[in-house]
Structures are given as structure tokens and as C-alpha cells.
Design a protein around this ligand. Structure first.
Ligand SMILES: *Cc1c(COP(=O)(O)O)cnc(C)c1O
Length: 486
């Protein structure tokens, strides 16, 4: 009986939707209201009204504030998550992204009615081109890795248009983990290039792989050891010499803003992480935005739609015969773009440069302070982040994971650990530009204290954290045997 009721309801909806009114309009419902008792089995029906807690507003506010401070976040204290750039995300950018004129527009809105949004996106793209020294852009990719994949499809389209498809992409071993994955799913063979003893691309060993099969080099710069690839111009010349393109993973662009431009050191195509460098946190799990900036030669292959400015009007161009096609349902994550636009305008050219300078100074300050206590496998002047190793703590039975857990007792989020893969027991630390000297010194004190504990009382470190509501969880088991009911 009850099943029949639902079937009838569904059938009516279906017929209404086919009523010749086009797929976009919602059907008008003239079905009779159905009593829940007639369609829901009685054992599933509530027998008495729900008991709602009677609470005052302050009690509720305290409950949620309590929950928010039980979890660690960047508004609470330092979040030095190397590579993930958890930093100052101005609240005013959130406010701007929340303006009704931005949140109330619909992706199907006719372009004439959303000229302001299109202008914002166009001007953001122009600003990113100026910052990176490139010619053209797409804001569509929804994440850094999505930008990489889109970029590789463009590289493929570029070579195919020349009638010269190629098979491999060279990737330094200090690259971000997403790089080989994106290259592989785009159908290329990822070939690993080793780093030299200074943590830069080993140019001699790169040369051994140069031939007509090289579609591109994909280089993370600054790389995941936190170093600027000082040979990048020479490397780019070598790749161009065999007809390949140079793709830069620019997720670490916060270290270069206003100081050097990828377009000036030989890069043909790059992605940026708006949700790292430009006003949105990365660790929050999304939404994200990984725009691509490209040199003119790659413009024809950009995904559609492309934002075009004609006179004072903006439109979305779909008719691009050489385009790789559409890579996102609509046009990317607009809210993140609004925040990035706001962030760039807030900082201005001088401010952007200051961001990169402070990020670099802060990282070098921490490195200089911590070098005496922790092994630095690739030492030298770093950019926005650096990598320590906990390898020598093994003598006391302590692992990098233990150091990370113990840091939580000091009120800090742990750094990224066990990455990059070329460093054993890696601790990857990125203080970001937004932390002041007092905060950095507190972090150093915590690290020095943990180092002493490893000598004196290693058990204390191995059994950390001691102050968090949840101690060590079996992470692998938690991921595999997810218990959503509990
Ligand atoms: C974060 C990051 C990526 C990937 O970005 P997602 O938005 O997480 O996909 C790629 N490269 C580097 C260097 C990164 O730090």
C-alpha cells in the first residue's frame, strides 16, 4: 500500500516534468497531500513528539564556541602545515564574498545580468597574469591538482595541434605528490628527475632524459624542500630546446609574489592555488580554486568558457575550436575568486611583495633557531618553508609522528609530516607571513622543549598528546572501517 503511494507520487512528478515545459522548469504539483501514516510503515513513525532541549542562547553559544576551540584552527594559534599554507585570511574578504549581489547570482544567469561578476573574474585573471608574467588565464579549475590536470590536457592539445604528440613528462623528485598523479591521469608517462645535493634539479641527470618524447617538465617552484630552483632559466632553455613546454606548479607562489615572475624565467603554463596564496585557507577541505596562467601560444587550448572583454562588456566565449573543452560544470568556485580579488586589492603591489618577504624571513628565522636541535637534510637559505628530519631521534625510539603529536600539547597544529618523500622522517614547517615574532618564539620554545624531553623522558613524547580530548586514534582503521552511526 505505502509503496504504491510513493510510486503514484513519483509517477505524477515524472509526467509533470515531461509536460513539454523543457527540462529547466520545475513541474507544478497538483497531487493530493499524502498523510504520512498512509505511506510510512508504522514502526518507523514517531510515537511521541521529539524532545528538544530547552536551552538559552548563551548556553548554545558556549556549546559551539567550546566545540570550535576543541578543534585546532588558524584563528586559534599557529598552523605551520608545510605546503598547505594556513595563514591570515582577512575576514573582510569573507564579508565581501558574502555580499548578496555575489551569493544570489545563479550560474545560469544571462551574462548581461552578471556583468559585475564577470568583470571581477576578468580583472582577477588579469591581476594573476601580471603577478606571474603570463598572458592569458582560466579560473575554472577547482583545485591545484585540477589545474595540473587541465594544464596537462592543454600541453597534450598543443603538441597534437603541431602534429607531434609526445609521451613523457619530466618531474623532479622534490615535486608535490599531485604532480605525477596529474601527469599520469592525463595519459603521460611521469619520469622522475633526481635532485642534487643542494635540493635542486640535477641538471646533468635531467639532460640524460631530453629527447623528442618530452612533452613537458612539471616543476614545483619553490620546490617541496622550500628551495627556489636556482637553475630554472637554464632548465627551461633545455626543455624548450627539445620542443617541450615548462609547467610550473605555483601553489607556493606566496614565496615569490612581487619578487620574481614565472613568465620571466621561462615558464609556459602554471597553476596557482587561490586557496593558499590568496585569501582562502587550504586545510579546510574546500572549496578551492586552481587557476591556470599561460603564455600566448597556449591560449587557443584554454578550457571553455573563456571570459572575453569587448569594449566595456564581458561575455563567456564558448566557440573556441582548439579548446580542450569544459572541465567544470560552470565556471569554477566563484566565492574563492571574490576573496582572492579582494585580497589582491587589499594588499596592493607593495603589500604582495611584503607577504613574500615576510613568509621567507619567518621561515628562515625558524630554520636558524631550530637547526641546532634538529637535523636539516638539505640546508641553505629557504623560501616560505623548510624541511627537518626526525631520523636521528630514532636512537631514543622517537619518531617524527611523536614530535608532531607532542606539539599539540603546546597548542600548535603539527607541521606536515613524512613529506616530501625524499626526506626520511620529514617535518615540513611553514610559518607563513602572518605570524609575529612572539608566536614564532613560542613555537621554537616548544620544539626545543620537545627535543629535551626526547633526551630525558622519551615516553612522554611517544605517548602524546596528553591534553587533547582525543588521544591517538588508529587512523588507518578509522578510514577503512568508517562508523558513521557511532
Ligand atoms: C597544495 C599543493 C598542490 C595541490 O593543490 P590542491 O588544491 O590540494 O589540489 C599542488 N602542489 C603544491 C606544491 C601544493 O602545495
Amino acid at each position: 500500500m505505502c509503496q504504491e503511494g510513493w510510486l503514484r507520487f513519483g509517477q505524477t512528478l515524472f509526467e509533470k516534468s515531461r509536460d513539454g515545459r523543457g527540462s529547466c522548469s520545475l513541474p507544478e504539483l497538483d497531487v493530493e497531500a499524502v498523510e504520512p501514516e498512509s505511506v510510512i510503515p508504522s514502526n518507523l513513525l514517531r510515537q511521541k513528539p521529539a524532545e528538544m532541549p530547552e536551552l538559552s542562547e548563551p548556553e548554545i553559544v558556549r556549546h559551539f564556541v567550546g566545540l570550535s576551540v576543541t578543534n585546532h584552527h588558524v584563528d586559534r594559534d599557529l598552523y605551520p602545515l608545510g605546503s598547505c599554507t594556513m595563514k591570515y585570511n582577512p575576514k573582510v574578504c569573507e564579508d565581501v564574498a558574502n555580499l548578496a549581489g555575489f551569493v544570489a547570482i545563479h550560474p545560469f544567469s544571462p551574462p548581461e545580468t552578471i556583468q559585475g561578476a564577470l568583470r571581477l573574474m576578468y580583472e582577477l585573471g588579469q591581476a594573476l597574469c601580471e603577478i606571474t608574467g603570463m598572458d592569458d588565464f582560466t579560473l575554472a579549475p577547482a583545485a591545484g591538482a585540477h589545474g595540473e590536470f587541465t594544464g596537462m590536457l592543454m600541453v597534450r592539445a598543443y603538441h597534437e595541434a603541431k602534429g607531434n604528440p609526445r609521451s613523457k613528462v619530466l618531474i623532479p623528485d622534490s615535486a608535490h605528490g599531485t604532480n605525477p598523479a596529474s601527469v599520469t591521469i592525463a595519459g603521460y608517462r611521469a619520469v622522475e628527475i633526481p635532485s642534487d645535493s643542494t635540493g635542486r634539479i640535477d641538471v646533468e641527470r635531467l639532460k640524460a632524459h631530453l629527447d623528442q618524447e618530452v612533452a613537458a617538465l612539471m616543476v614545483t617552484n619553490p620546490n617541496t624542500l622550500g628551495f627556489f630552483e636556482t637553475n630554472i632559466a637554464e632548465v627551461a632553455d633545455l626543455i624548450h630546446g627539445v620542443g617541450g613546454l615548462v609547467y610550473m606548479d605555483g601553489a607556493n607562489m606566496n614565496a615569490l609574489l612581487g619578487i620574481s615572475r614565472p613568465g620571466d624565467f621561462g615558464i609556459d603554463i602554471a597553476h596557482l592555488n587561490l586557496h593558499k596564496t590568496f585569501g582562502t585557507p587550504h586545510g579546510g577541505g574546500g572549496p578551492g580554486s586552481g587557476p591556470l596562467v599561460v603564455k600566448k601560444a597556449l591560449s587557443p587550448f584554454l578550457p571553455v568558457p573563456v571570459i572575453v572583454k569587448e569594449g566595456e562588456k564581458y561575455r563567456l566565449e564558448e566557440d573556441r575550436p582548439q579548446s580542450i573543452g569544459r572541465i567544470h560544470g560552470f565556471y569554477g568556485n566563484f566565492g574563492v575568486m571574490v576573496k582572492a580579488y579582494c585580497y589582491i586589492l587589499l594588499a596592493g603591489p607593495e603589500g604582495l611583495r611584503e607577504i613574500a618577504e615576510c613568509a621567507t624571513i619567518n621561515a628562515n628565522y625558524l630554520l636558524a633557531k631550530l637547526r641546532r636541535y634538529f637535523e636539516v637534510p638539505y640546508d641553505g637559505f629557504c623560501k616560505h618553508e623548510f624541511v627537518l628530519s626526525g631520523k636521528d631521534k630514532a636512537a631514543k625510539g622517537v619518531k617524527t609522528l611523536d614530535i608532531a603529536k607532542r606539539l599539540m600539547d603546546f597548542g600548535f597544529h603539527p607541521p606536515t609530516i613524512y613529506f616530501p618523500l625524499i626526506v626520511e622522517e620529514a617535518l615540513m614547517i611553514e610559518p607563513t607571513e602572518s605570524e609575529n615574532l612572539e608566536t614564532l618564539d613560542r613555537f621554537v620554545e616548544a620544539m626545543v622543549c620537545i627535543n629535551e624531553e626526547i633526551e630525558r623522558d622519551p615516553e612522554k613524547v611517544k605517548s602524546a598528546p596528553h591534553t587533547t580530548p582525543v588521544g591517538r586514534v588508529d587512523e588507518a582503521n578509522a578510514a577503512r572501517g568508517l562508523d558513521v552511526a557511532g
